[in-house]
Write a protein that binds this ligand. Structure first.
Ligand SMILES: Nc1ncnc2c1ncn2[C@@H]1O[C@H](COP(=O)(O)OP(=O)(O)OP(=O)(O)O)[C@@H](O)[C@H]1O
Ligand SMILES: [Mg+2]
Length: 224
Protein backbone atom coordinates (compact mmCIF):
# COMPACT_ATOMS: atom_id res chain seq x y z
CA UNK A 1 0.00 0.00 0.00
CA UNK A 2 1.34 3.40 -0.99
CA UNK A 3 1.98 5.75 1.92
CA UNK A 4 1.61 9.52 1.71
CA UNK A 5 3.99 11.51 3.89
CA UNK A 6 3.27 15.23 4.17
CA UNK A 7 5.98 17.50 5.52
CA UNK A 8 4.25 20.37 7.26
CA UNK A 9 5.03 23.21 9.63
CA UNK A 10 3.37 26.59 9.83
CA UNK A 11 6.66 28.30 10.63
CA UNK A 12 8.74 29.30 7.61
CA UNK A 13 12.30 28.06 7.37
CA UNK A 14 11.93 25.18 9.82
CA UNK A 15 13.47 22.71 7.37
CA UNK A 16 10.45 21.28 5.49
CA UNK A 17 12.02 21.27 2.03
CA UNK A 18 15.41 20.05 3.29
CA UNK A 19 13.67 17.22 5.09
CA UNK A 20 11.33 16.34 2.20
CA UNK A 21 14.27 16.00 -0.20
CA UNK A 22 16.48 14.07 2.19
CA UNK A 23 13.77 11.60 3.16
CA UNK A 24 12.74 11.11 -0.47
CA UNK A 25 16.30 10.36 -1.57
CA UNK A 26 17.03 8.14 1.46
CA UNK A 27 13.89 6.06 0.82
CA UNK A 28 14.63 5.83 -2.88
CA UNK A 29 18.21 4.69 -2.18
CA UNK A 30 16.81 1.87 -0.10
CA UNK A 31 14.71 0.64 -2.98
CA UNK A 32 11.37 2.35 -2.45
CA UNK A 33 9.62 3.84 -5.48
CA UNK A 34 9.32 7.48 -4.41
CA UNK A 35 7.31 10.37 -5.81
CA UNK A 36 7.63 13.92 -4.56
CA UNK A 37 4.98 16.61 -4.92
CA UNK A 38 5.87 20.27 -4.41
CA UNK A 39 2.78 22.29 -3.53
CA UNK A 40 4.74 25.31 -2.25
CA UNK A 41 4.46 28.28 -4.65
CA UNK A 42 8.02 29.24 -3.61
CA UNK A 43 9.06 26.16 -5.59
CA UNK A 44 12.29 25.42 -3.70
CA UNK A 45 11.97 21.71 -4.28
CA UNK A 46 11.19 22.39 -7.92
CA UNK A 47 14.51 24.27 -8.23
CA UNK A 48 16.34 21.38 -6.62
CA UNK A 49 14.76 18.90 -9.00
CA UNK A 50 15.61 21.04 -12.03
CA UNK A 51 19.30 20.99 -11.00
CA UNK A 52 19.01 17.24 -10.40
CA UNK A 53 17.65 16.72 -13.91
CA UNK A 54 20.54 18.70 -15.38
CA UNK A 55 22.92 16.43 -13.52
CA UNK A 56 21.32 13.03 -14.05
CA UNK A 57 19.17 13.62 -17.12
CA UNK A 58 15.44 13.99 -17.50
CA UNK A 59 13.67 10.90 -16.18
CA UNK A 60 16.83 9.66 -14.44
CA UNK A 61 16.64 11.44 -11.09
CA UNK A 62 15.39 8.33 -9.30
CA UNK A 63 12.38 10.25 -8.03
CA UNK A 64 9.10 11.07 -9.73
CA UNK A 65 8.56 14.79 -9.41
CA UNK A 66 5.46 16.95 -9.78
CA UNK A 67 4.67 20.52 -8.95
CA UNK A 68 1.06 21.62 -8.54
CA UNK A 69 -1.24 23.67 -6.40
CA UNK A 70 -2.49 22.09 -3.21
CA UNK A 71 -6.11 21.67 -4.23
CA UNK A 72 -5.08 19.30 -7.03
CA UNK A 73 -3.07 17.07 -4.75
CA UNK A 74 -5.84 14.47 -4.28
CA UNK A 75 -6.07 13.51 -7.94
CA UNK A 76 -2.27 13.53 -8.29
CA UNK A 77 -1.98 11.13 -5.35
CA UNK A 78 -4.55 8.77 -6.93
CA UNK A 79 -2.54 8.83 -10.17
CA UNK A 80 0.82 8.22 -8.46
CA UNK A 81 -0.41 5.55 -6.05
CA UNK A 82 -0.49 2.85 -8.68
CA UNK A 83 3.24 3.04 -9.34
CA UNK A 84 4.84 4.30 -6.12
CA UNK A 85 5.50 3.05 -2.59
CA UNK A 86 5.86 6.45 -0.94
CA UNK A 87 4.61 9.90 -1.94
CA UNK A 88 6.32 12.81 -0.16
CA UNK A 89 4.57 16.18 -0.18
CA UNK A 90 6.47 19.39 0.58
CA UNK A 91 4.00 22.01 1.79
CA UNK A 92 4.22 25.79 2.12
CA UNK A 93 4.61 27.60 5.45
CA UNK A 94 1.36 28.64 7.18
CA UNK A 95 -1.49 26.25 7.65
CA UNK A 96 -3.18 27.54 4.53
CA UNK A 97 -6.00 25.80 2.74
CA UNK A 98 -3.50 24.17 0.39
CA UNK A 99 -1.35 22.77 3.19
CA UNK A 100 -4.52 21.56 4.90
CA UNK A 101 -5.48 19.55 1.83
CA UNK A 102 -2.06 17.89 1.80
CA UNK A 103 -2.38 17.17 5.52
CA UNK A 104 -5.79 15.55 5.06
CA UNK A 105 -4.44 13.18 2.40
CA UNK A 106 -1.48 12.07 4.52
CA UNK A 107 -0.86 8.74 6.19
CA UNK A 108 1.88 10.41 8.23
CA UNK A 109 2.72 14.04 8.92
CA UNK A 110 6.34 14.95 9.57
CA UNK A 111 6.92 18.24 11.35
CA UNK A 112 10.40 19.76 11.51
CA UNK A 113 10.91 21.90 14.60
CA UNK A 114 14.02 23.92 15.36
CA UNK A 115 14.88 24.33 18.99
CA UNK A 116 13.46 27.83 19.35
CA UNK A 117 10.39 29.16 21.17
CA UNK A 118 8.83 30.52 17.96
CA UNK A 119 9.12 27.15 16.23
CA UNK A 120 7.64 25.48 19.27
CA UNK A 121 4.65 27.84 19.39
CA UNK A 122 4.01 27.52 15.65
CA UNK A 123 3.98 23.74 15.94
CA UNK A 124 0.72 23.61 17.85
CA UNK A 125 -1.39 24.64 14.83
CA UNK A 126 -0.10 21.73 12.73
CA UNK A 127 -0.33 19.26 15.60
CA UNK A 128 -3.96 20.32 16.18
CA UNK A 129 -4.72 19.76 12.50
CA UNK A 130 -3.13 16.30 12.61
CA UNK A 131 -5.03 15.37 15.75
CA UNK A 132 -8.29 16.76 14.34
CA UNK A 133 -7.90 14.55 11.26
CA UNK A 134 -6.64 11.62 13.39
CA UNK A 135 -3.48 11.32 11.30
CA UNK A 136 -0.30 10.12 12.99
CA UNK A 137 2.52 12.64 13.17
CA UNK A 138 6.18 12.72 14.16
CA UNK A 139 8.10 15.79 15.20
CA UNK A 140 11.67 15.97 13.92
CA UNK A 141 13.99 18.14 15.97
CA UNK A 142 16.09 19.93 13.38
CA UNK A 143 19.37 21.89 13.60
CA UNK A 144 19.94 20.55 17.06
CA UNK A 145 23.22 21.16 18.88
CA UNK A 146 24.28 18.36 21.18
CA UNK A 147 23.58 18.65 24.93
CA UNK A 148 21.67 21.89 24.62
CA UNK A 149 19.35 22.79 27.48
CA UNK A 150 16.73 24.35 25.19
CA UNK A 151 16.29 21.08 23.28
CA UNK A 152 15.57 19.38 26.57
CA UNK A 153 12.95 21.89 27.66
CA UNK A 154 11.29 22.04 24.24
CA UNK A 155 11.16 18.25 24.05
CA UNK A 156 9.24 18.16 27.31
CA UNK A 157 6.48 20.24 25.74
CA UNK A 158 5.97 18.09 22.66
CA UNK A 159 4.64 14.62 22.02
CA UNK A 160 5.58 12.15 19.28
CA UNK A 161 9.15 13.32 18.86
CA UNK A 162 11.16 11.12 16.52
CA UNK A 163 14.09 9.42 18.24
CA UNK A 164 16.50 10.54 15.53
CA UNK A 165 17.10 14.32 15.46
CA UNK A 166 19.05 16.17 12.78
CA UNK A 167 22.07 18.26 13.70
CA UNK A 168 22.85 21.72 12.42
CA UNK A 169 25.03 20.63 9.51
CA UNK A 170 26.08 22.61 6.46
CA UNK A 171 26.27 19.38 4.45
CA UNK A 172 22.46 19.21 4.26
CA UNK A 173 22.28 22.61 2.53
CA UNK A 174 25.41 22.12 0.40
CA UNK A 175 24.14 18.88 -1.13
CA UNK A 176 20.90 20.55 -2.25
CA UNK A 177 22.84 23.13 -4.26
CA UNK A 178 24.12 20.23 -6.38
CA UNK A 179 20.65 18.77 -6.90
CA UNK A 180 21.53 15.92 -4.59
CA UNK A 181 21.11 14.84 -0.97
CA UNK A 182 23.79 14.34 1.64
CA UNK A 183 23.44 10.54 1.44
CA UNK A 184 24.68 10.91 -2.15
CA UNK A 185 27.33 13.63 -1.73
CA UNK A 186 28.78 12.49 1.61
CA UNK A 187 27.35 9.05 2.33
CA UNK A 188 29.58 8.44 5.34
CA UNK A 189 29.07 11.82 7.02
CA UNK A 190 27.26 12.32 10.35
CA UNK A 191 24.50 14.15 8.43
CA UNK A 192 23.96 11.12 6.17
CA UNK A 193 23.91 8.82 9.19
CA UNK A 194 21.28 10.98 10.89
CA UNK A 195 18.94 11.13 7.93
CA UNK A 196 19.23 7.38 7.29
CA UNK A 197 18.32 6.64 10.90
CA UNK A 198 15.34 8.98 10.68
CA UNK A 199 14.21 7.51 7.34
CA UNK A 200 14.25 4.01 8.85
CA UNK A 201 12.47 5.13 11.99
CA UNK A 202 9.66 6.76 10.02
CA UNK A 203 9.19 3.63 7.87
CA UNK A 204 8.57 1.75 11.11
CA UNK A 205 5.37 3.78 11.55
CA UNK A 206 3.97 1.93 8.55
CA UNK A 207 5.35 -1.47 9.45
CA UNK A 208 2.60 -4.02 9.02
CA UNK A 209 3.41 -7.30 10.81
CA UNK A 210 1.04 -9.26 8.56
CA UNK A 211 2.58 -7.91 5.37
CA UNK A 212 6.09 -8.61 6.71
CA UNK A 213 5.15 -12.18 7.64
CA UNK A 214 3.75 -12.74 4.13
CA UNK A 215 6.98 -11.42 2.60
CA UNK A 216 9.07 -13.67 4.85
CA UNK A 217 6.98 -16.69 3.81
CA UNK A 218 7.50 -15.77 0.16
CA UNK A 219 11.27 -15.57 0.68
CA UNK A 220 11.29 -19.00 2.34
CA UNK A 221 9.52 -20.49 -0.64
CA UNK A 222 12.03 -19.05 -3.10
CA UNK A 223 14.64 -21.57 -4.27
CA UNK A 224 18.00 -20.89 -2.58
N1 LIG B 1 19.68 20.35 9.65
C1 LIG B 1 20.07 21.49 9.05
N2 LIG B 1 21.33 21.93 9.17
C2 LIG B 1 21.73 23.07 8.58
N3 LIG B 1 20.94 23.86 7.86
C3 LIG B 1 19.66 23.49 7.71
C4 LIG B 1 19.15 22.29 8.27
N4 LIG B 1 17.84 22.18 7.95
C5 LIG B 1 17.54 23.26 7.21
N5 LIG B 1 18.61 24.05 7.05
C6 LIG B 1 18.68 25.36 6.34
O1 LIG B 1 17.64 26.18 6.86
C7 LIG B 1 17.06 26.96 5.82
C8 LIG B 1 15.56 26.66 5.75
O2 LIG B 1 15.38 25.33 5.36
P1 LIG B 1 14.20 24.89 4.39
O3 LIG B 1 14.16 25.73 3.18
O4 LIG B 1 14.30 23.42 4.22
O5 LIG B 1 12.95 25.25 5.31
P2 LIG B 1 11.40 25.30 4.91
O6 LIG B 1 10.66 24.95 6.13
O7 LIG B 1 11.17 24.48 3.70
O8 LIG B 1 11.23 26.84 4.55
P3 LIG B 1 9.89 27.48 3.91
O9 LIG B 1 8.93 27.56 5.04
O10 LIG B 1 10.35 28.82 3.42
O11 LIG B 1 9.42 26.55 2.82
C9 LIG B 1 17.80 26.60 4.55
O12 LIG B 1 18.80 27.55 4.34
C10 LIG B 1 18.40 25.23 4.86
O13 LIG B 1 19.57 25.00 4.14
MG1 LIG C 1 10.19 24.95 1.91
Amino acid sequence: MTKVVTIAQQKGGAGKTTLAIHLAVAWSQRGKRVAVIDIDPQGSLTHWHAIREERFGQGYTGINFSNLSGWRVGSEISRLKRTHDIIVIDSPPHTETEARTAIRHADLIVLPVQPSPTDLWATKATVDLANGEKIPYRIVLNRVSPHSKIVESISKQLENIAESPLGNRVAFAASLLEGRAVTETQPKSPAAREIKLLAEELLEVFADPEEEAAEAREREMEPA
